[in-house]
Design a protein around this ligand. Structure first.
Ligand SMILES: [Fe+2]
Length: 196
């Protein structure tokens, strides 16, 4: 599908690469399934401490794995059961570049509720029921909006994605895109051109 630059992407609500002043040391699973729980206690204390400055905690952590032989774009989905603009911090490790994509549902084509293999809720959309609006290569880490329709393109080399849901330490509510950008804005890496 062709991808065209549009000025609104300068202020996109989908992807913000970050230079975080904290450590993350990934534990790569052996024989990885496509999706697995990642122990929150495995995540470096310095990352937890940095998030706590903003009253954020990691409420759920997962690791995703894709292999070129999958030759699969992965389902287009929203994490959770509604369009809520909530964010995750994702660390992607892949020898060759890979793309994450975001979509808008077409009129009259609402996504359907489903459950992942690890029992979490998501909304699913058929490709023909939505339109691509943004694509980006995810960094180490990136802030990503997982409360909108998204998937990843087929990968060219094995790809691990460590994915952390952020919540407020006091209220446990998920962190919105606007809250996260307000907190992390100083640590944003220049994001003025898409697909880099
Ligand atoms: Fe997702």
């Amino acid at each position: 599908m062709p991808f065209e630059f549009d000025s609104h992407m300068l202020q996109n609500r989908y992807h913000l690469p970050l230079k975080v002043p904290a450590q993350f040391s990934p534990r790569f699973p052996s024989n990885p399934p496509p999706i697995a729980e990642y122990e929150i206690t495995w995540i470096d204390k310095s990352l937890h401490d940095w998030l706590l400055i903003y009253d954020f905690v990691i409420s759920h952590a997962e690791v995703f794995f894709r292999h070129p032989e999958d030759n699969d774009s992965g389902p287009i989905h929203v994490d959770g059961n509604n369009f809520d603009d909530h964010v995750k911090i994702n660390y992607v490790y892949s020898e060759k570049p890979s793309l994450m994509n975001w979509y808008l549902p077409k009129k009259g084509q609402p996504p359907e509720s489903r459950k992942t293999e690890i029992g979490t809720d998501y909304l699913f959309s058929k490709p023909e029921n939505c339109s691509l609006i943004f694509s980006a290569q995810i960094g180490q880490p990136s802030l990503i909006n997982s409360g909108l329709l998204h998937n990843i393109s087929p990968v060219l080399s094995p790809r691990f994605c460590f994915s952390f849901v952020l919540a407020n330490v006091k209220t446990t509510t998920l962190i919105s895109w606007d809250e996260a950008v307000k907190a992390f804005g100083l640590f944003a890496i220049d994001n003025s051109s898409p697909n880099k």
